[in-house]
Design a protein around this ligand. Sequence first.
Ligand code: A3P
Length: 298
Amino acid sequence: MARLDVLETFHGILFPGHLHTQDSLQLALKFPFQDTDILIVSYPKSGTTWMQEIVTLISSKGDPHLSQTVPNWARAPWLEQHYSAAVLEASTITPRVITTHLPHHLLGPALQGSKAKVIYVSRNPKDVLVSFYHFHKMANFFPEPGSFQEFLNCFLEGTVPFGSWFDHVKGWTGQTATMNNLLHVTYEEMSLDLNGAIKRLGSFLECPLVEDMVNSCVKYCSFSSMKDNKMVNYTLIPEEILDQSKGSFMRKGKVGDWKNMFTEEQNQNFKSVYNSKMQDSAVKFVWEEQETEENAAP
Ligand code: A3P
């Protein structure tokens, strides 16, 4: 399945036709979750692959064998992609780890009443945008991103593939008060204190870890370790699909890289759209606090 120049529109959101079909998207909405499932949910470029690695390592008690022998898409398949049903059927990995980029308003009904553990990963949207822009340049299943300014406009309008970041983040994080099987983790907190984030995730997943196991998880899901791991750095994907001569999937792995890309005017414009779209958000995000502190600094 190449379909590199096909985009599927599903419930008003664009999905790359390379791995998504109308049928695969439709099937995802009716997925029969099991109570033992672990579901990783994110908007693209928020640290999805990182979380897949962390969850694999936690479930393996820090043993890197699985994470270094099975590609991430085979051990934590994307629910809405066409191959996931076959992968999940053939898999003997327990608990099942499933990934999705679907927004809550589409996937929420399938999760209703389920005890599956849901991990929502979010990241500063300015860093998401920069990472997504670079990814568009190398991923041949996305349309040409145009200039950074053009891409920024589409991101703010929610017309990029996978839809509006604002709707995605508000939709899922808005559930944290009522869904006690949902844990919200940010890319920023994983960057700042990976050890602490792994312990928190281990306890949420009811997978107790002793210190050595935590240390092993930290070691194998570090940026440098993952950059060298073929099972997660996407170098197994053919160049005509993902052209890593134009950049790496494991690009920088930094918090605040947006500062190297945004002009002051773009930042002001972004802020004003952000403030207006997020005013009804139930959650205060770590990057909002960071920005307030930076503005307060002399
Ligand atoms: P950058 O492009 O900013 O480097 P996703 O998996 O959701 O597509 O997200 C990809 C982003 O997560 C990329 O960001 C990638 O470098 C970053 N990433 C992946 N593994 C990471 C790790 N171990 N530590 C820090 N960042 C990581």
